[in-house]
Design a protein around this ligand. Structure first.
Ligand SMILES: C[S@@+](CC[C@H](N)C(=O)[O-])C[C@H]1O[C@@H](n2cnc3c(N)ncnc32)[C@H](O)[C@@H]1O
Length: 418
C-alpha cells in the first residue's frame, strides 16, 4: 500500500454525515500534507520529460521531493544538473519508450510535461500518435508496466492546443488511456500570467486513482474556460473527477518592468542603431504609433515583440515585428531558427533602444529567478522556452493535488451544476 493511501482515513462517506466526513478527510489530508512538508521526503514524485527541472522546482516549493527524473536530451540534463547538482542520484537519460518500469521507484505522483511540438497550433499538428508528442504513449507504457506500484496521482502538462488537436480526438484518447489505467481525470487551464508577467496558458490534467464523479453540468470558470468545458461535456465516455479548487490570482503582482535587468546604456546587449532602426521599420503603422507615443514619455516604458512572417496586401510575405505593451511578456518559445527569441523594446526620454531578453530575465518570467543558468544563450532560451512556470506548478500542488481524495470513496457522488 502506498504512503498516501495508508495515510488516508478509511470508511464510508455516504449518508447523513457524508459532508462532515469529507471535510474531516480533507482537513486530515491537509494536515498530513503540511506535516509531510516538514518531513519533506514523504511526498515523492517521478518527473518524466524533466527538461531543465522546473516542474521539480514548483513541486519542491510545495513540499514534494524528487525520487526519479527522465529526459532524452543530454543538454537539458546538463542544465538540470548545473542547477540541482544531483542527477547522479535519480536522473535517467534516455527515451521514455526504453524505460524499464521496474527502475522507476514507487512514488505518490508522476508528472509528464510531454512534448507539445505536434499538438501546438503553431506546429504541424501531426497529433499525439506522431512525432515527438507520441512520447506520451511511452509514459503510459511505463505507468502500465509499474502495475500495482503505479502512483496514485499523475499530472500532465501541455499546450492548450492539445484540446483541439485532431478535432479533440487526441485529448479524449489520452484521457481514456489514463482511465484504462484506473485514473479519473481533472483537466484545468493555468496561465503563467496569473503568477508572473508572461502570457503562457497551459493545459494541466490531474489524474487520481479514485472513482469518477459524473459531470451533470458545468459552467466556464477561470481555470475551466469555455473550450475546456466543451471538451469535457462532449466526452461522455471519459471518467472525470473534477476538483473544486479556489480561483488563482487574476494577475501577477509583477509587471515586465519589474523583472528586467538594469543594463547600462552602453551595454553590448542593446542593439546598434542600425539594427534597432530596422526593428522599428518592421512594426505595423499601428504598432509604430504606439512605439512613438512611448518615446514621448518622461520615463522608460517597455514592450516585447516577436518577429512573424505576415502576408502583405500585394500578396508577398514580409517579416513583421509585433509589439506588446501591456506589461506582460509574450509566451517564451524555443528559438528554432532564431525567430522564437523575444525582443525587448525600451522607449522614453525621446529615444528608444532594442535588445533580446536575457536568459536571467527568461528565468524570472518562468518564476525560476534563482535558476543557475548554464550553456550557450540558445541552450538557455531553449530550456526556458520548453519549461513550465514554477509558481503555477506550486499553486496546482497546493490547491488541486492535496485536496484530492486518494483512497477510494465507497460511493461516487454526482457533481452539481456550478
Ligand atoms: C515540454 S519539454 C518539458 C520541459 C520541462 N517540464 C521543464 O520544465 O523544463 C518536453 C521534454 O521532453 C523531452 N523529450 C522529448 N521526447 C522524449 C522522449 N522520447 N523521451 C524522453 N524525453 C523526451 C525533451 O527533451 C524536453 O525536455
Amino acid at each position: 500500500m502506498d504512503q498516501l493511501t495508508a495515510a488516508w482515513p478509511r470508511g464510508s462517506v455516504s449518508g447523513r454525515y457524508a459532508g462532515y466526513h469529507r471535510a474531516v478527510r480533507t482537513a486530515t489530508l491537509r494536515l498530513w500534507v503540511s506535516s509531510s512538508r516538514k518531513r519533506e521526503s514523504n511526498l515523492r514524485f517521478a518527473e518524466f520529460f524533466a527538461g531543465i527541472g522546473l516542474v521539480r522546482m514548483g513541486l519542491e516549493a510545495a513540499g514534494w521531493s524528487v525520487a526519479y527524473a527522465n529526459d532524452i536530451d543530454p543538454v537539458k540534463r546538463d542544465q538540470y544538473d548545473h542547477h540541482f547538482g544531483d542527477t547522479g542520484d535519480h536522473f535517467e537519460l534516455g527515451d521514455v519508450h526504453n524505460i524499464d518500469p521496474a527502475s522507476v521507484p514507487a512514488v505518490q505522483l508522476a508528472t509528464a510535461s510531454f512534448p507539445c511540438t505536434d499538438l501546438s497550433v503553431a506546429g504541424g499538428r501531426a497529433g499525439i500518435r506522431a512525432g515527438e508528442s507520441s512520447a506520451f504513449w511511452g509514459f503510459v507504457q511505463v505507468l502500465r508496466g509499474m502495475g500495482d506500484r503505479k502512483p496514485p496521482l499523475v499530472m500532465l502538462e501541455n499546450v492548450v492546443g492539445f484540446l483541439s488537436s485532431h478535432g479533440g480526438k487526441d485529448f479524449v484518447e489520452a484521457m481514456l488511456a489514463l482511465n484504462e489505467l484506473g485514473y479519473s481525470v481533472d483537466p484545468l487551464v493555468l496561465d503563467a500570467k496569473w503568477f508572473v508577467p508572461q502570457s503562457r496558458p497551459r493545459l494541466f490534467v490531474v489524474a487520481a486513482q479514485a472513482p469518477a464523479i459524473p459531470v451533470t453540468g458545468l459552467l466556464a470558470t477561470q481555470t475551466r474556460p469555455a473550450a475546456l468545458v466543451h471538451a469535457i461535456m462532449s466526452a461522455r465516455d471519459v471518467k472525470w473527477r473534477l476538483s473544486d479548487h479556489p480561483s488563482p490570482p487574476r494577475r501577477s503582482v509583477l509587471t515586465l518592468a519589474d523583472i528586467l535587468d538594469d543594463l547600462s546604456d552602453d551595454s553590448p546587449e542593446w542593439w546598434p542603431r542600425e539594427r534597432a532602426e530596422y526593428f522599428l521599420n518592421q512594426l505595423s503603422p499601428r504598432h509604430l504609433a504606439v512605439a512613438k507615443e512611448m518615446m514621448k514619455g518622461k520615463s522608460w516604458s517597455y514592450g516585447t515583440a516577436f518577429r512573424r512572417v505576415r502576408p502583405q496586401p500585394n500578396g508577398r510575405k514580409r517579416s513583421m515585428a509585433e509589439l506588446r505593451t501591456d506589461g506582460v511578456a509574450g509566451c517564451l518559445r524555443t528559438p528554432k531558427g532564431g525567430s522564437g527569441r523575444q525582443i525587448l523594446f525600451r522607449a522614453g526620454k525621446g529615444r528608444y533602444s532594442v535588445r533580446l531578453l536575457t536568459p536571467r530575465e527568461c528565468a524570472r518570467l518562468m518564476g525560476a529567478d534563482d535558476f543557475n543558468v548554464s550553456g550557450s544563450l540558445n541552450e538557455a532560451l531553449f530550456g526556458f522556452g520548453d519549461a513550465v512556470c514554477v509558481p503555477a506548478i506550486t499553486w496546482l500542488a497546493e490547491n488541486v493535488l492535496p485536496v484530492r481524495p486518494i483512497a477510494a470513496e465507497t460511493k461516487p457522488r454526482s457533481r452539481a451544476v456550478q
